[in-house]
Design a protein around this ligand. Structure first.
Ligand code: GRG
Length: 288
């Protein structure tokens, strides 16, 4: 996992050179090279490997999902959204570069993600499918839908909001991009339709698992440990799994999702499945 993260960091560094407009590229590089666990690009590379694909074919796609993820973090932290000062252990992009540069650098990362993706050595028919899968995960079928529902649910009494609403938020806000990252890795890697659907099932469990753990961490860890403001969900009156089902049941849910996720990828080559198992364990046991 560490070597995959290093490969991605190097590729991102090359993909975003410090060129004109300098302030925008500085902000893009600041946001994306600030750290981050690289879960989405690692998932993309590991899904490609699972179906027997070569890593070199997926590296642009892996960078693209991290660019999109970073764009969403920049926007999420803006004063008009979550209004956060700390991200990846550093001041948020708008705090350092100002709001207008932050907004432009987010837009530029989104555009560069697709430009960079299409430079991959992948046949056009496959590429169209990949672009569609990725685009779907960003707009009103993905990130935007989850964020919109999340914002409109702030401050509601948890008794008035069901698990269904909570799941809607997370499936869209967090799950969609994780799912797309895995699926495009499997598509580029040359997986069969059956294999791609198994990867999708796995990624759906992992997406939810990721978010339940995120909610637990927000409640149980400090800002220093997380590298972002802890306890924010509570203060913003946000819906979280611990709030809706309690901390202990949330922890049990983590175990269930972890088991179910692994079940989806049973039957693949035992060596090729290892990176995805390692990633699942990492997501379930992470501390930030
Ligand atoms: C403007 C088109 C457009 C889309 C953005 C703002 C927004 C819409 C969506 C918010 C998406 C968001 C921030 C979801 C939270 C996902 C999440 C759990 C982030 C933390 O991910 P980690 O832990 O972070 O992987 P690192 O820093 O490790 O990469």
């Amino acid at each position: 996992m560490i070597s995959k993260a290093e490969t991605i960091n190097r590729a991102l560094d090359e993909a975003i050179p410090l060129i004109e407009p300098l302030n925008i590229h500085k902000a893009m590089r600041y946001a994306i090279l600030a750290g981050g666990k690289r879960v989405r690009p690692i998932l993309c590379l590991a899904a490609c490997e699972l179906v027997g694909g070569e890593e070199r074919l997926t590296i642009q796609a892996a960078c693209a999902v991290e660019m999109i993820h970073t764009m969403s973090l920049i926007k999420d932290d803006l004063p008009c959204m979550d209004n956060d000062d700390l991200r990846r252990g550093k001041p948020t992009t708008h705090k350092v570069f100002g709001e207008s540069v932050a907004i432009l650098s987010g837009g530029a990362l989104l555009a560069l993600a697709f430009e960079h993706l299409t430079e991959a050595d992948v046949p056009s028919k496959k590429m169209v499918r990949v672009v569609k899968e990725l685009a779907k995960s960003i707009g009103t079928k993905g990130l935007v839908a989850g964020q919109a529902k999340d914002l409109s649910s702030e401050g509601l009494d948890p008794n008035d909001v069901g698990l269904e609403d909570l799941e809607y938020i997370h499936v869209h806000k967090t799950g969609a991009l994780l799912e797309a990252s895995a699926v495009i890795g499997a598509v580029i890697g040359g997986g069969s339709e059956e294999e791609i659907e198994k990867v999708r099932g796995f990624a759906r469990c992992i997406g939810l698992l990721f978010q339940v753990v995120d909610d637990i961490l927000d409640e149980t860890k400090s800002s220093e440990e997380l590298g972002k403001t802890a306890g924010k969900d509570q203060v913003a009156g946000k819906l979280t799994y611990p709030k809706v089902m309690g901390l202990e049941k949330s922890k049990e849910f983590v175990k269930k999702l972890k088991r179910e996720g692994k079940e989806h990828i049973q039957g693949f080559d035992s060596d090729k499945v290892k990176p995805l198992i390692a990633l699942t364990n990492f997501i379930a046991n992470r501390n930030n």
